[in-house]
Unconditional design. Structure first.
Length: 215
């Protein structure tokens, strides 16, 4: 059984998908972390994210592994490194390249073989798992998404203004929505949930109800 959860940055996808997987006893796949790993590898190797051919080469060379809630890049724990603003920005650049997506989609489909899984990203319901039995698209107002991200970063001791985050989120959404390959959009059969005025527990409750009503 495959549940897909897609949506823009800061819509609450990751936390909700992780919480849902836990309640259902399903595996959890954070596909954004995979694009972030490619971006991290690219920056570590001093490759220009704008160089499609070189980035594609990196995506084919690196090894991405999940170990519990840690993310490993060629065996090195990059769980924190992939969340920096530079990597975040570069991730949505490298995610535009068809050959990079092809490589990661293959890994994502392989991760779902023979297991029940909640897979979270931008194209999980549209491209990667078109036959998933339950598809969700989470949205939230841009101001609310920026507020959440700001709260997260401040808690980590980072100094950044709300306005700067709002601008980054808008730029990233625009790149994700406007790219030609697998743009961010809901699948025709996805259930859309606006999380702006919901707590994370309320979101997970709604998701759990939805999935259980279909099992
Ligand atoms: O979800 P997260 O913010 O970690 O994703 C980082 C970036 O990876 C996104 O901005 C998007 O460009 C890309 N991404 C994607 N397809 C996915 C997951 C993430 O293009 N399935």
């Amino acid at each position: 059984m495959i549940v897909t959860i897609d949506g823009p940055a800061g819509s609450g996808k990751s936390t909700a998908a992780r919480g849902l997987a836990k309640r259902l006893g399903f595996e959890f796949l954070d596909t954004g972390a995979m694009y972030r790993c490619v971006a991290c590898g690219v920056l570590q190797k001093n490759v220009d994210p704008a160089d499609e051919q070189a980035v594609t080469h990196v995506s084919q060379q690196i090894k991405i592994t999940f170990s519990g809630d840690r993310v490993l890049l060629d065996g090195e724990d990059v769980s924190a490194a992939i969340r920096t603003p530079d990597v975040t920005d570069a991730a949505s650049v490298v995610a535009q390249y068809p050959a990079v997506r092809q490589e990661l989609v293959r890994l994502q489909q392989r991760a779902a073989e023979g297991v029940d899984i909640v897979s979270e990203g931008r194209d999980q319901g549209t491209v990667v798992f078109p036959d998933a039995f339950c598809k969700v698209f989470l949205i939230a107002d841009p101001e609310e998404r920026a507020r959440r991200r700001h709260e997260e970063l401040v808690a980590q001791g980072k100094q950044i203004t709300l306005e700067a985050i709002l601008q980054q989120i808008n730029e990233r959404d625009q790149r994700d929505e406007q790219r030609t390959v697998a743009p961010l959009k809901p699948a025709d059969d996805a259930v859309e949930i606006n999380t702006s005025r919901l707590t994370i527990d309320e979101v997970i409750d709604q998701l759990e109800q939805l999935v259980r009503s279909r099992i």
